[in-house]
Design a binder for this molecule. Sequence first.
Ligand SMILES: [Fe+2]
Ligand SMILES: [Fe+2]
Length: 283
Amino acid sequence: MSITSIGPDPSLVYRPNLEQKDKSHYRNFESGCLIGRVYNTYKLMHTHQTMDFVKKKHSEWSGCGHAQMKMMEAVLSLDKLVDESDPDVDFPNSYHAFQTAEGIRKEHPDKDWFHLVGLIHDVGKTVALWGEPQWAVVGDTFPVGCKFQNSIVFRDSTFVDNPDDKNPTYNSECGIYQPGCGLSAVLMSWGHDEYLYRVMKFNKCSIPEEGMYMIRFHSFYPWHAHGDYMHLCDDNDLRLLPWVREFNKFDLYTKTSELPDVEKLKPYYQSLIDKYCPGIMKW
Ligand SMILES: [Fe+2]
Ligand SMILES: [Fe+2]
């Protein structure tokens, strides 16, 4: 895990290797200066994320008994986190939070809950600051309990030591699930998506269903970007898929060299937090 402490000047941590890019240049998992770090994170993730591991993490984190803090504190804690699975950025995640939120706000000015989802969607990564390894926090997600599909990044080389890949109960097309069972019945690899979804539910936050769904499945690229795992979806998943795809545009393509003025933006986003997830929350 890489923790970067930053001083008051963001230029101290911003690496100018992120230029404005053509869309096809995002999510390059074949080359680039960060590829070694990215590959290692996925290798560990794809080795250790098994059905047993995911169940263990659910019982460990779903009770939200680890910390108490306000949502803005959690957002700003991402100042200390650089996501090691991300081939596109090498600056702290808090900037990415405000970049995503502001991108959404520009195109969807009337949907304040959507702006807030942009701001908080990666806040679950804060557990990496509490000692969780990044391979159990960041990166793309995928279902456990059924076949690991080919669209998962580094599929060919990173699952060789995952025992579930050789377990006949888990490695068929549907594995332990019924066709059309719905993604809410599927156990996903454990990470910041499911964790934040649990935290929001536990604290009875009032973000609409579309937003909760974006939080829960935004890292499920094999599904929302590659169309895999459709055989597990129900009608509700298909109804909400366009929302996840709309969110993804901003999650991915707002990662640019223009770093937002966080101090200036804070009051607006605090007002949204006060509306949808106020006060001290349990984590
Ligand atoms: Fe994320
Ligand atoms: Fe993100």
